[in-house]
Design a protein around this ligand. Structure first.
Ligand code: CS2
Length: 489
């Protein structure tokens, strides 16, 4: 029997579940990018708000590209199970905050989504669409006007498919109808995510209507947020195990860690839930929080992912067993900390100790292959930002250079693997460059010349280039690292 409103009463009493009247909840948040992360994070905080008795903040969750989440959750009335796993066991909780679900594949769903976003009942539009979902060139912060999806949305703005098309057209409708604009809240792993979301929305709007763009610029709030919870993709084994405990079938439960953190800039024009009830913090030091998390956590995560892939470590916890990797991480964190502006009251050493524990969590099977995706979108803010800060102070960065060299080996290896697939929006260009030469220094030069990742400053920096080549060669000579056999040193 399937988990749903009908069967909720059969969930064992040891498992927390919504006791509030879900039919009485007002759906006032539209979330774009309904994936595991949102369901392990923002939806859980919102569930706590609803459970406190404030029923003003239900969520309509929408997929952006596929309808798989809708297919899983609609028969369950939006209900799903959250499994929080730590070394000391697992807690299950059924989350009820997602009241409505739409898919990303059909035009009919996109039109329903647009209608809801245009309606006065929508007070917040939140986003987890990953780095690439903003269609920004992250090296320059400019909108990719040539991206086919953007070209299409600009050509037929009334039938938008991208987040930018949807947000801008919904705001246009609201302005025309005299309805106050919703707040746009980015929850993606980008520095100044609210500012970047605003830059992308404004650049798109300017292409359509400069008056509208000016109105958005003045009236729409784009708070920045720092979001954190390690949430691996759900496996079939997770599903089977959770369903056995639940006694019901949940087509898509979420597995996550016990740790959770959310720091938000308090800038909302149509109100907001009291997410502090779930432990969120409102702060005006958001940039410090974001940088600490992006560099210390995500920067080391990407490093673990590429080195894990090169050393045959399937999960983060496995990779954390290898001294080659943990020694490098310790050095990496030292380099990051030297140039880190930590939030007030936070000791970066404690933060990093806690990260080590989180990465070692044996209960989470967080695949290095998952984190290795979209490297071109992740390296700039995670590793190149602290690198630039160090270069500006004349400091060498051997660990950061090793991490970038590991990414280079990863893409070169993929390029030389028959049927190898690189999950990255720049895959075609990256793979072509990775195949241009077999000579180590040439390979590094060709990849470093990818200005959409490395800008023009890093390729021009002769010292850094030399260091990167040296680290690329070091890795190729390390017996524990499986590089492409074609590489000539
Ligand atoms: C990871 C993040 O896949 C990745 O790139 O680094 O998803 C990471 O798990 C989260 O940001 C943790 O909050």
């Amino acid at each position: 029997m399937r988990l749903s409103t009908q069967t909720l009463s059969q969930v064992p009493s040891t498992i927390q579940k919504p006791a509030y009247d879900r039919h009485a909840v007002n759906v006032s948040i539209v979330h774009l990018g309904l994936g595991a992360f949102h369901r392990a994070h923002q939806a859980v905080f919102t569930d706590t708000v609803l459970a406190s008795g404030d029923l003003s903040w239900g969520i309509l969750g929408a997929g952006m590209v596929s309808s798989s989440m809708k297919d899983a959750l609609q028969p369950q009335d939006g209900l799903y199970t959250l499994a929080e796993k730590g070394a000391d066991g697992e807690t299950l909780r059924v989350i009820g905050a997602i009241i409505d679900v739409l898919g990303g594949a059909s035009d009919a769903d996109k039109q329903q989504l647009l209608a809801k976003m245009s309606d006065a009942s929508t007070r917040i539009v939140s986003l987890t669409v990953t780095e690439k979902g903003y269609y920004l060139d992250l090296a320059t912060g400019t909108l990719k006007l040539q991206a086919p999806e953007i070209v299409a949305d600009l050509a037929t703005p009334a039938t938008p498919r991208t987040i930018l098309g949807l947000i801008v057209y919904a705001l246009k409708n609201r302005r025309a109808a005299g309805i106050a604009p919703f707040t746009v809240m980015s929850c993606d792993n980008l520095p100044n995510n609210g500012r970047l979301a605003k830059a992308a929305v404004l650049a798109f709007a300017r292409e359509l209507d400069t008056d509208l763009a000016a109105w958005i610029d003045t009236h729409v709030a784009f708070p920045c947020t720092m979001v954190d919870r390690i949430t691996p993709a759900t496996t079939d084994a997770d599903r089977a195990h959770i369903n056995a405990r639940l006694g019901l079938e949940d087509a898509w439960p979420v597995v996550t860690e016990q740790f959770v953190q959310w720091v938000i800039e308090d800038h909302f024009t149509m109100g907001r839930p009291d997410w502090t009830l779930g432990g969120a913090v409102f702060s005006d030091e958001i940039e410090c929080w974001e940088n600490m998390k992006l560099r210390c956590l995500n920067g080391s995560h990407s490093t673990l992912a590429y080195l894990g892939q090169l050393t045959g470590r399937e999960t983060v916890a496995d990779a954390m067993q290898l001294p080659l990797i943990t020694d490098l991480l310790d050095q990496l964190w030292r380099e990051i900390r030297d140039v880190l502006n930590a939030p007030k009251g936070v000791n970066p050493a404690d933060y990093i100790d806690q990260l080590k524990q989180r990465f070692r969590n044996p209960a989470l099977k967080h695949r290095t292959a998952q984190i290795a995706c979209d490297g071109s979108q992740k390296l700039p803010q995670r590793l190149l930002a602290p690198l630039r800060d160090r270069l500006a102070q004349g400091l060498p960065s051997p660990a950061i250079a090793t991490a970038i060299a590991a990414w280079m080996h990863f893409v070169v290896k993929t390029a030389h693997t028959p049927d190898g697939v690189l999950n990255d929006p720049l895959a075609t260009d990256i793979l072509a460059r990775a195949r241009l030469s077999n000579d180590a220094a040439d390979i590094v030069g060709h990849l470093l010349a990818l200005d959409r990742i490395f800008g023009t400053d890093l390729p021009d920096n002769a010292d850094f280039r030399e260091q990167l080549i040296a680290k690329f060669i070091d890795l190729a000579q390390n017996g524990a690292v499986a590089t492409a056999p074609q590489i000539l040193l």
